[in-house]
Design a protein around this ligand. Structure first.
Ligand code: NAP
Length: 341
């Protein structure tokens, strides 16, 4: 039996924002097991996190079981997400009290559409579909007041004029299976697919909140959900598709010149991942009335703000929810289970 009372799962917890959120959560919740996931842990994030946490707590933990663990997860493949949940359940971790759905990918502008092993456009597959399946399948392993946070982005909102192409949502099917015929492959480069996937994150939390509200009112669960824009964070791995030169410039120059970046993009919403990680951990650990009151909200950092006009479109929210359940459920029983919270 685990020495911990609950589990906090952070997808994409090996790098960037997820790493720093996991760090804050581990420091602030010493009784929680922290599981970070990604396709691999090449840079040994678990050991680095352990070291940082012990330094901040200024005493080594005397528990036999390590607080932070890694489990491999590839969100681009539905069969691998299913395998992850099976393995996760077999580990005997305590129930999940916070689910931080943070992992994300971005492809650069000139890149052709990449398809996942399920034949779905890769940005949509990783940033949305894998997370949705993870959430549906983890349901039986979560506490009754579990908190869910989706990491979205200000780029979902054309009114924010972030410099990325406007997000575009007509139907989930068109985002999942772009072809020349439907115009998406021709018109949408990697950046627009990314903006659109972040709009999908926000549409999805609103559709989920509709279900969670009913479940809370019926006394079935007290789950809450929110979405967060961490702001522009130079120095994370998100730009890695753009090649080593861009990555070097961003990591070594821009992280030291946040003021310049703020001036250039005319926004104060630029942060180091350490700072955004704190905000993400703060939102992920809300419980009780505070969590209920902020359920279904969109945050910029730790501040609730309004999301884009398009994200409030109920038809789009429901189209996304239905398509997602239909695509992911392997039979009628699962469909009903995924649909009803
Ligand atoms: N950086 C920014 O300026 C910015 C701004 C707004 C929002 N965001 C959002 O913040 C979140 C975190 O981004 P970041 O900047 O911290 O990126 P990052 O440094 O590139 O970290 C991404 C994490 O996701 C994991 N990941 C990537 N593909 C995956 C897959 N197929 N399955 C499972 N895990 C996968 C990565 O590990 P592996 O590659 O080893 O799997 C890594 O741990 C994303 O949702 C992003 O959209 C970022």
């Amino acid at each position: 039996m685990s020495q911990y009372t609950s589990t906090i799962l952070v997808t994409g917890g090996t790098l960037g924002l997820g790493f720093w959120a996991a760090y804050e959560l581990a420091c602030n919740f010493p009784n929680s097991k922290i599981i970070i996931s990604a396709r691999s842990d090449k840079e040994n994030a678990v050991d680095r996190l352990d070291e940082l946490v012990q330094k901040r707590n200024s005493s080594p933990s005397n528990r036999k079981e390590r607080q932070i663990g890694f489990r491999p997860l590839d969100l681009s493949s539905t069969s691998k997400v299913r395998k992850f949940v099976e393995d996760f359940a077999a580990q005997g971790y305590p129930p999940v009290s916070s689910l931080v759905l943070n992992a994300g990918v971005q492809f650069h502008e000139g890149k052709e559409v990449t398809l996942s092993s399920d034949g779905v456009e890769m940005t949509f597959a990783v940033n949305h579909l894998g997370h949705a399946l993870l959430l549906y399948l983890l349901k039986p392993h979560m506490t009754t007041d579990a908190r869910i946070v989706f990491v979205a982005s200000g780029v979902h909102d054309p009114a924010q004029k972030t410099g990325l192409p406007d997000a575009k949502y007509e139907t989930a099917e068109l985002l999942a299976h772009p072809t020349d015929k439907n115009g998406y492959e021709v018109n949408q480069g990697g950046f627009q697919r990314y903006s659109s996937s972040k709009l999908v994150n926000v549409l999805f939390i609103y559709a989920l909140e509709e279900r969670l509200k009913k479940a809370r009112e019926a006394g079935r669960s007290n789950w809450t959900v929110c979405a967060m824009d961490p702001g522009l964070m130079p120095g994370t791995g998100l730009a890695r598709e753009m090649g080593p030169v861009v990555m070097w410039l961003v990591t070594h120059i821009l992280t030291r010149m946040l003021w310049l970046l703020k001036l250039a993009i005319r926004s104060q919403n630029v942060h180091l991942p350490q700072n955004s990680g704190k905000n993400l951990a703060f939102l992920a650990s809300k419980k009780g009335p505070d969590a209920m009151q902020s359920s279904g909200q969109y945050f910029e950092g730790a501040r609730a703000i309004d999301s884009s006009v398009d994200s409030h479109n109920k038809m789009k929210q429901e189209d996304l929810w239905r398509w997602t359940v239909d695509f992911l459920a392997k039979d009628g029983e699962e469909k009903e289970r995924f649909e009803n919270f």
